[in-house]
Ligand binder design. Structure first.
Ligand SMILES: NC(=O)c1ccc[n+]([C@@H]2O[C@H](COP(=O)([O-])OP(=O)(O)OC[C@H]3O[C@@H](n4cnc5c(N)ncnc54)[C@H](OP(=O)(O)O)[C@@H]3O)[C@@H](O)[C@H]2O)c1
Length: 324
């Protein structure tokens, strides 16, 4: 099969497509013919050597896929050859074929094509986990979603609105309108406005119940100011700069919960539980309410350009790579 193999870490020139042996499914695994994958910030860090994947003979990046079942191991039940599925993987989705445990995949809703499906797994599972499992977001609560126009942010806005919560987002000016179109109630241009001040006015001085933070760095101290008493801050990403400082006095006084989370290092059981919860509760909403937000689609051969687009923060929503 053809795959992007990282032989060295570095710039986009290290994203070279090569021929490597086809993977073989283990007893509980599906062999997937990948139609589309999508980029994640972690792919850029991995390419630079800053986010290592589990060791393997060929280091193939890529955390999510949409494709069809081509073969399966002897213990797999409930799937047929040709089924259209999507899911997260620990690595290996920048390839024509991959293997994945059968309990870790989701059936693609009928109304979606492969590109739309590839936009779902990583962003929507992360957003669902952060808002619902970690944050416990309830109807009429308020939440602040940083980097609202990111893949994770655009999913989080829609999930929070589906739960009938009130949503504020931070984004650069040009991207705020897309977030409002998805249902955000309050947009904050973080380059010109102080999000703590906007949140204070927006919540009548109460602070938001939940913050989903993809930025970190100097945002931590600001988040502690913007959160309500007994609020929950879920730290999902670390795109920002600045040294995090934390006013522990305020943390104690407000009885704040600060939670860190990643998907990749979770056990199969944890990934399966998250995938199945999300499928049972929200997957059917893609046939009616939810919108996959696709920034752009690149052919496999142009994967370096796609990385450059993400590195330059030009995307709103997901960057898709068509493999077949
Ligand atoms: N914990 C997990 O399991 C998990 C899973 C998926 C993703 N993540 C993390 O979530 C974050 C978002 O990932 P993604 O793939 O959704 O990103 P993405 O689609 O590439 O979007 C990132 C956007 O964030 C904004 N941004 C970038 N740097 C920023 C900064 N310093 N301050 C404020 N905003 C900034 C930019 O939009 P503006 O133009 O609006 O600034 C940028 O376009 C990443 O840190 C990623 O590693 C974590």
């Amino acid at each position: 099969m053809k795959a992007v193999v990282l032989e060295k870490y570095g710039g986009v020139e290290e994203l070279r497509i090569m021929s490597v042996p086809d993977p073989k499914p283990e007893a509980q695994e599906l062999l997937i013919k990948v139609h589309s994958t999508a980029l994640n910030r972690a792919d850029i860090l991995q390419r630079m050597g800053l986010y290592p994947a589990p060791p393997s003979k060929y280091e193939i990046p890529g955390l999510e896929f949409a494709g069809t079942v081509k073969d399966m191991g002897s213990e797999v039940t409930g799937f047929s050859i040709g089924d259209q599925v999507m899911g997260i993987v620990t690595s290996g989705a920048y390839a024509e074929l991959l293997t994945v445990h059968h309990r870790q995949v989701m059936v693609i809703p009928e109304s979606l094509n492969m590109q739309q499906a590839a936009a779902i797994p990583e962003a929507w599972l992360t957003a669902y986990d952060a808002l619902v499992d970690k944050g416990g977001l309830q109807k009429h609560q308020t939440c602040l979603i940083h980097a609202g126009a990111s893949g994770v942010g655009t999913a989080a806005i829609q999930i929070a609105k589906r739960l009938e919560a009130k949503v504020a987002i931070t984004a650069s000016e040009a991207k705020i309108v897309s977030c409002m179109d998805l249902g955000a109630d309050q947009g904050i241009d973080y380059r010109k406005e102080d999000f703590v001040e906007v949140v204070e006015t927006w919540t009548n001085g109460n602070g938001v119940n939940i913050i989903i933070d993809l930025v970190g760095g100097s945002y931590l101290q600001q988040n502690v100011k913007a959160i309500s008493t007994k609020g929950i801050i879920v730290q999902v990403g670390l795109m920002g700069s600045g040294k995090p400082e934390l006013d522990l006095g305020t943390l104690l006084r407000k009885r704040i919960t600060l939670i860190g989370t990643v998907l990749r290092s979770r056990s199969l059981e944890e990934k399966t539980a998250l995938t199945q919860n999300f499928s049972n509760h929200l997957l059917s909403e893609f046939d009616s309410q939810f919108e996959t937000v696709i920034d752009s689609v690149f052919p496999f051969e142009s994967i370096a350009e796609a990385h450059t687009r993400m590195e330059n923060n030009l995307n709103t929503g997901k960057i898709i790579i068509d493999i077949a």
